[in-house]
Design a protein around this ligand. Structure first.
Ligand code: SF4
Length: 712
């Protein structure tokens, strides 16, 4: 029996704003939860419009297969689930018989619930027995996660509740624009500033967040590592290091101190473009405040040296004595709705549930026991997301791919190459809500249930585990991804290892994570519902959960946080005579990720109109047009005027945008959003070079040329 009013959460970003859905009448309506701690009554336009997708006319309502099997140039035709599942099972069986188990790959998403992410990891390792599984979070959080694990022995986006942001006295926010990406979170930043806190934003663009800060540092994209080392150099020079904290709670400072000795302020100014006076003001504000935070996000992390960049900011935070202090520390702002939980439960190529490591014999033994298999049956760590995509269809590469909750034909770097690799597969299966750009390339497309039709849990940017609740059943013919995985496991003869019941999967996840870093053993659905969520680690049912980490030490072998020396290297691709400008990419307020959902999400009034008239063209128009942001000096030198059409060209491809000319960006930099595919895909241009530690692609800096192509 479904309730008239269901307390659940927005399907989009990691803030996981609390909402109340009313599903008694159609269309479904929603309101923000006034008392949920992350949004406290706020929602952004994405959240307000989220329910319009439930009855969207383009929604997939039955499986699709090709009219000529194996010929992706042939049209799709509707198929029954029986037919579609049989085609997938036959394809997987034939592929593994011909090429081996690792020839079948799985690609997951940070939008899956914890239960789905857990089941997908188990499906890959136990049902398919393939090493090849990774997920789109590799493109999102992996650099900061790697750096945090190296320094603290744990990776939780924010090691403190969001509310601490309102209490801290100084914030250095690097490569993040929450005013556009998660506006309800700004209430915490605004409250802090109103109470006298100093906010410093590092961003090549004067974003809405930067415009509201006390100090805006505007570096060349890809030079944040030099900036962080320069700030630490200044902290040492000015006697601002917390020597007592460093001696008592950390290791490795001497090597880092020696390493940053060469980051003279004027050298750092030459590399980054940030004036020395601004650097001095920033480091003094952080060091002299009674409490302070350093927060990074994708702008700092999505680089060829993204892990080292996050590490450099962690070094700075440790030198100033911040992690583990009240209302202080280092954190990273997760992007995807379940970006945090998505990387804890086994979707990553090298990880098992509970953040256990696939390469660790003890960790393998624990999870194998919960799964009822011998540890030797578990595969070794597989390839990271882009490595797997890059080798698809080649000798030793994946020949069949199952994609859940991800639109890699838009979101992967150098996406033209990825589309070619997808075309080389023997079998591509995509489960999604709509016919996404990736689904358009598939052999079999499966209609997935939406957020308001699912039960499960999500873990937000604070490490708070919350409930996703079903407000209405999925349309007939639509399955949620747990049901899909169970049906496939049944077809492959190993159905006993999976359940389609999310409560059963969560109970098993708790056992699998017990004793691990991300320990959910004490978290029950009932506990979550009785509170505003439970923070992991929570090892037993009488444990209160852990909103704040590190107060009593770090979960490293010696209990100390580790300084790690990192040196600046220029981005893998820098401007030259052919490609003279830096391209950087990012998000817009109205859109989310590859835009599969938000390009279709309209206000309720617009949606009713669309449903009545079925005018897809108008719908596209209503959801906006991708724009490239250029500084007036650059536009003038190129003969480009505001609203002109411009073509951007990189070593990998071209993309077309409407020019938006304003002085909120560096004159040497061009910004484009990544929410569109096809001719306006930012990732036609981006560089797929990978960070050597995290395997994160360098989405945030590559070299481009720009040319005016018209105005119509
Ligand atoms: Fe909240 Fe994020 Fe949803 Fe916006 S997209 S309503 S900020 S959870």
């Amino acid at each position: 029996m479904l309730a008239d009013r269901t307390r659940t959460h927005c399907p989009y970003c990691s803030l996981q704003c609390g909402i109340v859905l009313t599903a008694r009448t159609r269309p479904v309506t929603l309101q923000p939860q006034l008392d949920f701690p992350t949004n406290r009554g706020g929602l952004c336009s994405k959240g307000w419009n989220a329910a319009t997708l439930l009855d969207h006319p383009q929604r997939l309502l039955h499986p699709l297969v090709r009219t000529v099997p194996g010929d992706r140039a042939s049209a799709f035709r509707p198929a029954s689930w029986t037919e579609a599942l049989a085609a997938i099972v036959d394809g997987i069986t034939a592929t593994q018989a011909k090429y081996g188990r690792d020839a079948v790959g799985c690609f997951g998403g940070g939008g899956l619930t914890n239960e789905q992410a857990y089941a997908f990891g188990k499906f890959a390792r136990v049902v398919l027995r393939t090493a090849m599984i990774d997920y789109n979070g590799r493109f999102c959080m992996s650099s900061a996660a790697t750096a945090s694990n190296r320094a603290f022995g744990i990776d939780r986006g924010l090691p403190f509740p969001l509310a601490d942001i309102a209490e801290t006295k100084a914030i250095l926010l690097v490569g993040s624009n929450p005013a556009a990406t998660m506006p309800p979170a700004m209430q915490y930043f605004d409250a802090g500033r109103a109470a006298g806190a100093t906010h410093i934003v590092v961003d090549p663009r004067r974003t809405a967040t930067a415009a509201g800060a006390d100090l805006h540092l505007q570096p060349v994209p890809g030079t944040d590592l030099a900036l962080a080392n320069g700030l630490l150099h200044l902290a040492i020079r000015e006697g601002l290091v917390d020597e007592e904290y460093v001696a008592a709670r950390t290791s490795g400072f001497a090597a880092v101190r020696d390493g940053v000795a060469s980051y003279w302020p004027d050298r750092v100014e030459r590399i980054t473009g940030v004036p020395v006076e601004s650097m001095i003001a920033a480091v003094r504000a952080l060091a002299e405040a009674e409490s302070a935070m350093i927060l990074t996000a994708r702008g700092a992390e999505q680089h060829s040296a993204g892990t080292d960049t996050a590490q450099a900011f962690i070094n700075l935070a440790l030198a100033l004595g911040l992690p583990g202090r009240p209302c202080s520390g280092y954190g990273t702002i997760t992007g995807q709705g379940n970006g945090q939980g998505g990387r804890e439960h086994g979707q990553k190529a090298d990880q098992l549930p509970g953040y256990r490591k696939l390469a660790d014999p003890e960790h393998r033994a624990h999870v194998a026991k919960v799964w009822g298999i011998d540890p030797t049956e578990l595969p070794k760590p597989g390839l990271s997301a882009y490595e797997m995509l890059d080798r698809m269809g080649t000798d030793g590469g994946v020949r069949a791919l199952l994609v859940l909750a991800s639109n890699i034909a838009v979101s992967a770097p150098d996406v033209n190459r990825v589309r070619d690799r997808l075309a080389a597969l023997d079998l591509l299966v995509v489960s999604d809500l709509f016919l996404s750009e990736t689904a358009e390339l598939a052999d079999v497309v499966l209609p997935a249930a939406q957020w308001a039709e699912e039960e499960g849990t999500m873990t937000n940017l604070e490490g708070r585990v919350i409930r996703r609740k079903r407000a209405l059943p999925p349309p007939e013919g639509v399955l949620d991804d747990l049901q899909l995985l169970k049906a496939l496991a049944d077809g492959l003869g190993r159905g006993a290892y999976l359940s389609a019941d999310p409560a059963e999967m969560f109970a098993e996840l708790r056992r699998a994570s017990a004793g691990g870093i991300a320990d959910y053993a004490g978290i029950s659905w009932e506990r979550i519902e009785a509170t505003d969520g439970v923070f992991w680690p929570c090892p037993s049912e009488d444990h209160p959960g852990t909103p704040r980490l590190f107060a009593g030490g770090f979960p490293t072998r010696d209990g100390r946080a580790r300084f790690i020396r990192v040196d600046y290297t220029a981005p893998a691709e820098t401007p030259d005579a052919r490609f003279p400008y830096v391209l950087t990419t990012g998000r817009l307020m109205a859109h989310y990720q590859s835009g599969t959902q938000t390009r279709r999400a309209l206000s309720p009034a617009q949606a009713r109109q669309e449903q009545a008239h079925q005018e897809q063209a108008r719908q596209e128009q209503a959801t906006g047009e991708p724009e490239a942001q250029l500084h007036p000096d650059l536009a003038r030198s190129l003969g480009v005027q505001h609203t002109d059409l411009v073509e951007l060209r990189s070593r990998r491809g071209t993309a077309t945008f409407r020019a938006s000319v304003n002085d909120d960006i560096r004159p040497d930099t061009v910004f484009v959003p990544f929410h569109w595919g096809g001719a306006s895909a930012a990732n036609n241009l981006t560089n797929p070079v990978l960070d050597r530690h995290s395997k994160m692609p360098a989405f945030k800096a590559c070299a481009v040329d720009v040319a005016r192509i018209g105005n119509s």
